[in-house]
Design a binder for this molecule. Structure first.
Ligand code: SAM
Length: 284
């Protein structure tokens, strides 16, 4: 039998992967969770029908969320991850021995437990590294309750701004992130995509809010084959650091971390946006 996973990237545009097996399906308190296996992308999982992580391309997303801020401020010690239930972001950030504490706030415990079972490639550090503490809470509430100056880095590894992820794209959330970061703190957030109109709309909305909350608010890009249009963005916001002028390339290279996507040349290139994206962000 021919079994395909299909996701509508627009009303008239679909992305499909031939599936070997629909490994698991359940509805948690928060969302519909499905795991599949395929030849080309290996195992992958979706939330409410949207692609989250595949074994084949997850390294791109997780390299770019974790190593860009660490190469700008290699002294980061206290990290907050919001979302990120698959564990890939925690896995990359915990490769730095200098990181002392990682708090990961994931609203849906089922995502974490199922990824431990079906995606150990990303979930391998969960419950295995004593620096990592898991909180099963809403990230919006967590940042509201956190004290000032509690973190050096916040990584928002969230779903799109529909369903449980909606609150992570609000003024209240970004302002609290600003408040709980140290003076040299950095916020990296999942920043949607510039290409298809509905995603570009969310990209602009997020950027206009972050610009209000932080004096430095930049956007960088990477190629994500399984996300809508394949062109995806993270936001880089800081009270102090410019992601290019303050890049510590030599220091980062001295760590000797092997990465398959990130390198310090690409770090600079990733902030060089196509003209249409730059214009859309300027008008946001
Ligand atoms: N790389 C993925 C992407 O952009 O498609 C994101 C992966 S990660 C699995 C996203 C996680 O954010 C999900 O596990 C979801 O449960 C979690 N999440 C969504 N809303 C949240 C919230 N308000 N607080 C904490 N976690 C949330």
């Amino acid at each position: 039998m021919d079994l395909w996973y299909s996701e509508n990237h627009q009303d008239d545009t679909k992305f499909s992967i031939k599936v070997n097996e629909h490994i698991h399906s359940e509805k948690s308190e928060f969302q519909q969770i499905d795991f599949f296996s395929s030849n080309t992308f290996g195992r992958f999982f979706t939330l409410d029908g949207f692609m989250m992580v595949t074994e084949k391309d997850e390294f791109i997303y997780h390299d770019m969320i974790a190593h860009v801020p660490m190469a700008v401020n290699p002294d980061i010690k206290r990290v907050l991850i919001i979302g990120g239930g698959d564990g890939g972001t925690a896995r990359e950030i915990l490769r730095y021995p200098s990181v002392e504490r990682v708090d990961m706030v994931e609203i849906d415990e089922r995502v974490v437990r199922l990824c431990q079972k079906f995606l150990p490639q990303t979930a391998c550090k969960i419950d295995r590294d004593r620096r990592l503490t898991l909180y099963f809470e809403d990230g919006l509430q967590f940042v509201q309750d956190a004290p000032n100056n509690a973190y050096d880095l916040i990584l928002v590894d969230s779903t799109d701004p529909i369903g449980p992820g909606e609150g992570l794209f609000t003024y209240a959330f970004y302002n609290n992130c600003q408040r709980i970061l140290s003076d040299d703190g950095i916020l990296i957030n999942q920043h949607e995509s510039p290409y298809y109109a509905s995603y570009a709309y969310e990209m602009k909305r997020a950027h206009s809010k972050i610009k209000d909350a932080f004096p430095i608010a930049k956007v960088y890009q990477f190629h994500m084959p399984t996300y809508p249009s394949g062109h995806w963005l993270f936001g880089f916001a800081s009270k102090k650091y410019d992601p290019i002028k303050d890049l510590k390339a030599d220091k980062w290279q001295s760590f000797g971390l092997k990465t398959d996507y990130y390198n310090t040349d690409l770090h600079i290139g990733a902030f060089m946006l196509p003209t249409y994206v730059r214009e859309e962000l300027e008008n946001a």
